[in-house]
Design a protein around this ligand. Structure first.
Ligand SMILES: [Zn+2]
Length: 157
């Protein structure tokens, strides 16, 4: 059995889509980044890669590479999920938390978990997505960005 942890943060800015856990969330601002900047999915990828001791997302999808510009992060997760199967692991469970002062995300959490579980090919019950407000503290509290953390347990098949 192995555990892995992942963390990501992206800046909020105007004229960008807000995508978290593969779900498009209607908002005036979105997350800035080279790909679609889906911080939750990136944290999940890093947790899974960390559990396999396979580095992080930057090793496979470097932001310096123009071919990954605007990339759908679910494609990255699909790649990481393939690596998990290749290495003979299966996901036991995945727990995540988004840290965002705004917008309100509560109504989208089930859709995010379902979407991530679908890409990972597991039962939706194995994926948990939670949200915490920034409590008006620091950069996240000032709505400058959104962060996400993920932890997973994997086991050899
Ligand atoms: Zn990211």
């Amino acid at each position: 059995m192995r555990v892995g942890i992942g963390y990501d943060i992206h800046q909020l800015c105007k004229d960008r889509p807000l995508i978290l856990g593969g779900i498009d969330i209607p908002h005036t601002h979105g997350l800035d980044g080279h790909s679609d900047a889906d911080a939750l999915t990136h944290a999940v990828c890093d947790a899974l890669l960390g559990a396999m001791n396979e580095g992080d997302l930057g090793r496979y999808y470097p932001s310096s590479d123009p071919q990954y510009k605007g990339m759908n992060s679910l494609e990255m997760l699909k790649g990481v999920s393939g690596k998990l199967a290749e290495r003979g692991f299966r996901l036991v469970n995945l727990d995540t938390v988004i840290i965002a002062q705004g917008p309100r995300l509560g109504a989208f959490l089930t859709d995010m978990a379902t979407c991530l579980a679908k890409v990972l090919g597991v039962d939706a019950d194995l994926v948990s997505v939670k949200v915490k407000s920034g409590d008006h503290i620091g950069a996240i509290g000032r709505l400058e960005g959104i962060a996400a953390q993920a932890i997973c347990l994997i086991v050899s098949k």
